[in-house]
Design a protein around this ligand. Structure first.
Ligand SMILES: Nc1ncnc2c1ncn2[C@@H]1O[C@H](COP(=O)(O)OP(=O)(O)OP(=O)(O)O)[C@@H](O)[C@H]1O
Length: 603
């Protein structure tokens, strides 16, 4: 097998040069712009920090928050109170703001993030409204008049009283936040966050603790808003509740959506465009309409509808298309990931004993028992509605069995979750392909190794996990080569035909170092040539000693591939045996009335 060409690297790439140029421009701007524009720029930088948090939470993970302006308010008011009333250092105020915001976000997250649906958005609306009134109605917080005389920040003995100086602090803060967010997104944790958007089934199947990850991202994004609030308080030097109300919370979401909520630079673009546009409209509209009023809000509403209509993923992807692309950087090979001990060939690996699954009055799986031995390919077949998918879900922990016992590698997994079962050594593919189209094949395959890594969110934000990331990259690359997709490792998964996407799912499952590979209707929707490619791959994997359980409709494919078959019908086990034995069974013939069971014509 030839190794795929990693994108060549010598000196900065065109994209790298462009980034350097952008940084230089950003560093020059506060020096050359008029003061009122520097103030606007500082506000844009501060808002961009809040929006970066929303990019991670809403754009990447898919959770909506209207309450991030309120989190910004917590950061702002905490430092304002501590520095004005108690005379403490604003830097202590920053830490205290983080502590209070983190505690509130963790509390809100813990009670709402277990629930599906609209609970989080509703909770954040309630939180945004109530905090606004707390700020406005609490005399100790200055009420609606607000707090004045907030001290200026000092950095290395330098008081940041000038707007140009403060712009540099805001720029540095946004730079660090954006860099951390970029690091996070290109890490094990970042891939898990992206997988969450693809639906809980996928992320759980790789061993991701969905709830813990959601809470972590929610808290992280709230901390970013708190940092923005701290900057805002010490830049404005006075506070009132208005910038932290629900309206602002909605506006930050606007910024994320307009810019392109899935990418960090999309958030910055959105914050820049919306803030600048608001200022321009405030100047221009009264003259045009001949009267004062908040008409810019109406224009904003229309603009968001237009952007959503014509650029669903926001404006950044349009910019991205014009920019030179940077290939994924392959890290130097180093440590390898630990491997699990493989089971003794021929020994019992999976035992299903009298499994039952009922849905109301329906027995979808009724008293089914079978055994899978290490090293064999077992097919689970049956007509439509036979209970195959339900059985698959019982084994993979998607649904718990109503009764009966399922053992894997000697352990009772009847009540285990999908993640626990995966960590014990079962990797799966999906009936409806679930790859992330905007990521490369390599990154998709790396997701399969989530449970083999340890690096958490903090290590990812600080990029302290490169050794583990390198090991994951090289493992994913070798599994892609194993299934014949090595040469396309750096292509986007969304550009592959369905057949190769299914093979990518097999590679992704193999990166999990499974003792058992579970394939859910892998031939569904494939053309003849693609099926033959799949059969060839599965035969090779069997020859390499991989144990496979395959649920499949395609009789030809199954009959020519598997060592043994379990046939289900109406929830019950109808027959079990080698393909010739099953083919000869009168009961099976009756269940498959009219279906060609010869398996002839397959490769
Ligand atoms: N979540 C559910 N709630 C209620 N009934 C369900 C559920 N899942 C499956 N069923 C029912 O259980 C029975 C078995 O369905 P299952 O999907 O397991 O069959 P299958 O053999 O996989 O069929 P197919 O090949 O058509 O996918 C069907 O009658 C189905 O309607």
């Amino acid at each position: 097998m030839s190794a795929p060409a990693a994108p060549a690297r010598s000196g900065p790439s065109p994209r790298g040069l462009l980034t350097i140029a952008a940084v230089v421009v950003a560093l020059i701007l506060p020096l050359i712009l008029p003061v009122f524009q520097v103030t606007l720029l500082t506000n844009i930088l501060i808002f961009s920090i809040v929006v970066t948090g929303l990019v991670l939470l809403t754009g990447v993970v898919g959770l909506t928050s209207f309450g991030h302006a309120a989190f910004m308010g917590v950061g702002a008011y905490t430092t304002a109170i501590l520095s004005t009333r108690l005379g403490l250092s604003p830097w202590l105020g920053l830490l205290a703001g983080f502590a209070v915001t983190g505690a509130v976000a963790a509390f809100l997250g813990l009670i709402t993030l277990r629930m599906q649906g609209h609970y989080l958005p509703l909770a954040t609306i309630a939180w945004g409204i109530s905090l606004y009134y707390v700020f406005g109605n609490t005399p100790a917080l200055g009420g609606n008049t607000g707090l004045t005389d907030i001290p200026a920040l000092s950095l290395f003995g330098l008081r940041l009283t000038g707007s140009r100086q403060f712009a540099y602090l805001a720029l540095l803060s946004l730079g660090l936040v954006a860099l951390g967010a970029q690091f996070l997104l290109s890490s094990r944790t970042g891939r898990a966050m992206r997988a969450l958007r693809g639906g809980p089934l996928v992320a759980e199947a790789f061993g991701v603790n969905l709830f813990a990850l959601r809470v972590q991202v929610f808290v992280l994004s709230a901390l970013m808003a708190s940092l923005a609030g701290w900057l805002y308080a010490h830049n404005q030097r006075f506070l009132n509740p208005t910038p932290f109300g629900l309206n602002s919370g909605i506006e930050y979401l606007f910024m994320a959506v307009v810019g392109g909520s899935g990418q960090v630079w999309g958030g910055v673009l959105g914050a820049g465009l919306v803030t600048q546009l608001r200022e321009t409209l405030r100047d221009v509209l009264p003259g045009l309409l001949g009267q004062q009023g908040n008409f810019e809000t109406v224009v904003f509403g229309l603009l968001v509808i237009l952007v959503l209509q014509f650029a669903r993923r926001g404006l950044w992807p349009l910019v991205e298309r014009a920019l030179p692309q940077d290939g994924l950087k392959l890290l130097p090979a180093g440590a390898t990931l630990p491997r699990r001990p493989q089971p003794t060939p021929g020994g019992p690996l999976l035992q299903v004993e009298r499994a039952v699954k009922t849905f109301g009055g329906l027995r979808a799986v009724s008293d089914v028992s079978f055994e899978l031995r290490a090293g064999e390919i077992l097919g689970l077949i049956g007509p439509n509605g036979a209970g195959k998918s339900t059985m698959f879900n019982l084994i993979t922990g998607v649904n718990p069995a109503s009764s009966g016992v399922i053992r894997f590698a000697g352990q009772d997994v009847t009540r285990a979750t999908a993640g626990q079962i995966h960590r014990l050594g079962i990797s799966r593919t999906f009936q409806h392909v679930k790859v992330l189209p905007e990521l490369t094949l390599l990154e998709n395959a790396m997701m399969g190794g989530y449970a083999r890594g340890k690096a958490g969110m903090l290590a990812s934000l600080l990029r302290l996990e490169r050794r583990e990331e390198a090991a994951l990259q090289h493992e994913a690359l070798s599994q892609l080569q194993r299934v014949g997709l090595g040469a396309q490792a750096y292509a986007l998964a969304g550009n592959l035909p369905l057949g190769q996407q299914r093979i990518l799912e097999v590679a992704r499952a193999l990166v999990g170092d499974p003792s058992l590979l579970l394939l859910d209707e892998p031939a569904a929707g494939l053309r003849y040539g693609e099926k033959m490619e799949l059969v060839g791959l599965l035969r090779r994997l069997r020859d390499e000693g991989i144990t496979v359980l395959i649920v499949e409709h395609d009789m030809e494919l199954v009959m020519n591939l598997v060592d043994r078959l379990v046939v289900m019908n109406s929830g019950e086990k109808l027959a079990e045996g080698s393909p010739p034995e099953v083919r000869a069974s009168p009961a099976v013939r009756e269940a498959y009335l009219g279906v060609d069971m010869t398996g002839e014509g397959a490769a």
